[in-house]
Design a protein around this ligand. Structure first.
Ligand code: ADP
Ligand code: MG
Length: 237
């Protein structure tokens, strides 16, 4: 689904954290929000999922204006850095949970959980508990739980930050594969430009609450619009 953020502003106390920010994300696109710590990436995701109210601007999911719709009324899948699986539930129950609270029937739940488990390659783990899984496996479960109710948009906030280098490489291509196979619109928040370049269709570079450049990865790499962008794209962390 197409996601449009128009003239978004956000203030905490007297500080303008986001200043007149606009984004237009095509259906099926994966966009990176890339920028240094504190530039407003997570604040933007929190506004899109409805955890934070917007102080100004508009948010559209397709044709639907969701600016004032509370988070329960939005169909958004989230995977955040400190993804918390429910420790006392099996993997099956973790993934089924978003469907159970929406009172779907058992047959539909079974069908959807097995389809998504198949897609993210965790079919053989459904009877286990989260503590019995590796970090990468838990991340796959978190993705499955976010995707099982076919959200309008998938929000990923530094999803690879807690993984070791080898797993991070593997999960980069896995997340991209899953995003492309489902055709879901996705926003990836990261401060790692290699991650943004390798996973996303376009990159929005943020600095101090504004987007300073938005383009395809290769174009941005070759044509940085400012010294800030050049420095950010050119210096792997
Ligand atoms: P990023 O995700 O890019 O690292 P954030 O969106 O988390 O940045 O934060 C952007 C700015 O807003 C930072 O300066 C942060 O200190 C401030 N901020 C975030 N959340 C709050 C809050 N609940 N109250 C006050 N300031 C906040
Ligand atoms: Mg953040």
């Amino acid at each position: 689904m197409r996601i449009q953020l128009e003239n978004f502003t956000k203030t905490f106390g007297t500080t303008n954290v986001i200043e007149d920010m606009s984004l237009d994300i095509a259906s099926g696109e994966m966009l990176a929000l890339l920028g240094p710590s504190g530039c407003g990436k997570s604040t933007t995701l929190f506004a899109i999922c409805g955890i934070h109210k917007m102080d100004g601007g508009r948010l559209l999911f397709g044709e639907r204006d969701v600016t004032t719709v509370p988070s329960q009324g939005r169909n958004v899948g989230v995977v955040f850095q400190n993804y918390a699986l429910y420790p006392h539930m099996s993997i099956y129950e973790n993934i089924a949970f978003p469907l159970k609270i929406r009172k779907q029937n058992k047959h539909d739940i079974d069908r959807k959980v097995s389809a998504i488990a198949d897609l993210v390659h965790i079919t053989e783990l459904l009877d286990r508990k989260p503590a019995q899984l590796s970090g990468g496996q838990q991340q796959r479960v978190a993705l499955a739980r976010a995707l099982v109710r076919e959200p309008d948009v998938l929000l990923l906030d530094e999803p690879l930050a807690n993984l070791d280098a080898k797993l991070r490489l593997e999960m980069r291509s896995e997340i991209r594969r899953i995003q492309q196979q489902t055709g879901i619109t996705a926003i990836l928040v990261t401060h790692d430009q290699v991650e943004a370049m390798s996973m996303c269709d376009r990159i929005a570079i943020m600095n101090k609450g504004s987007i300073v450049q938005l383009s395809e990865p290769r174009y941005m790499y070759d044509n940085p619009a400012s010294a800030f962008v050049a420095g950010f794209m050119g210096n792997p962390p």
